[in-house]
Design a protein around this ligand. Sequence first.
Ligand SMILES: [Zn+2]
Length: 309
Amino acid sequence: MIFLPFHTRRLVTQVYFGLKPGSRKKGIVVDMARPSSNLADFREVFAKAKHIAVITGAGVSAESGVPTFRGAGGYWRKWQAQHLATPEAFARNPSRVWEFYHYRREVMLTKSPNPAHLAIAECESRLSKQGRKVVVITQNIDELHRKAGTRNLHEIHGSLFKTRCNTCGSVKENYKSPICPALLGKGAPEPDAADAAIPVEDLPRCEENGCRGLLRPNVVWFGETLDSTLLAEVEKELEICDLCLVVGTSSVVYPAAMFAPQVAARGVPVAEFNMESTPATMGFTFHFQGPCGTTLPPALVRHETELIS
Ligand SMILES: [Zn+2]
C-alpha cells in the first residue's frame, strides 16, 4: 500500500492495478480516504453535534500517571495485569490478587484527572445546558472521569472502587483505605516483595446481613464477559450518536475496535485523539495525533456558535 503526503481533507487516493485508460502506470486499485487533522473542520462538525459519544481508554489514564501493568515495563512484582486480573488467579490466590488491587486503589489516591478528563467533563456540563448530550464510554477502572465531573458515564470494565460479593452478588461502592485491616501496608510492587499470604477470612468480606462472602473487585477480568445490560445501553448510545470521539485508545484494542468502526460504518463522523495512527484510523473522519491532554481541550472548547455557555 502506498501512502502519499496529502493535506486535503478526505482526499481519495487511487493507485491503480493494471492499465488505467490513458495511463501506463501499474499499481493496486485502492479507494482510501485519509482522515483529516484539520481542527477547524472538526470544530464545524462538533458545533452541529447534538449527541456525542466519547470512547476512552488507557491512554487518557496514562497521562495522569496511572500504571496499566501491561506492555514493556508494566509489572507488579513479577506479573502483568493479564496474569492477575483473571478469575483463575483469584481462585488460586485471592490474597495476591487483592494485594494487587489494594496497591492500585492506593496509587489512585495520589492521581488526578488531567486536562483531557476535565475538557470532556466541562464539555458535557456546557452542552447539557444547550439541550445537547455527551456520553462517556470508558474501559478505564480508575474513576478519573467521575472525579473530573463526568456524569453520563459507562464504565464498561467496572471500577477499582466497587466490590462484588462472590456469594450473594451484591455490588457496592467502596473507598476504604485500606479496604480491610489485613491489607494495611501490603501490596508492595517491587519484584522481590513477598506475598502477604493473608488468610481468606481476613480478606474483604461482604457486609450484607449474615453473608460474609468473599468480595472481589467489581472489574471485568480477562476471560470474562461484559455486563449485558450495560452493553445494551452502550450500543444504544452508539446507534443514536451523531459524533463519536475515540480518545487514548488505539482502535485496534478493545473496546474502540468494536465500537468506533460500527459508528463510522453508519456514516457518522469519528474523530480519534491518540498517540499513534493504526489501521482503524483510516476508516475515521479525523485523527489528531499527540497527548490527548494537549489535543482534546482546544477541540472541545466553546464554539462561537454556542449561545449558552
Ligand atoms: Zn454477600
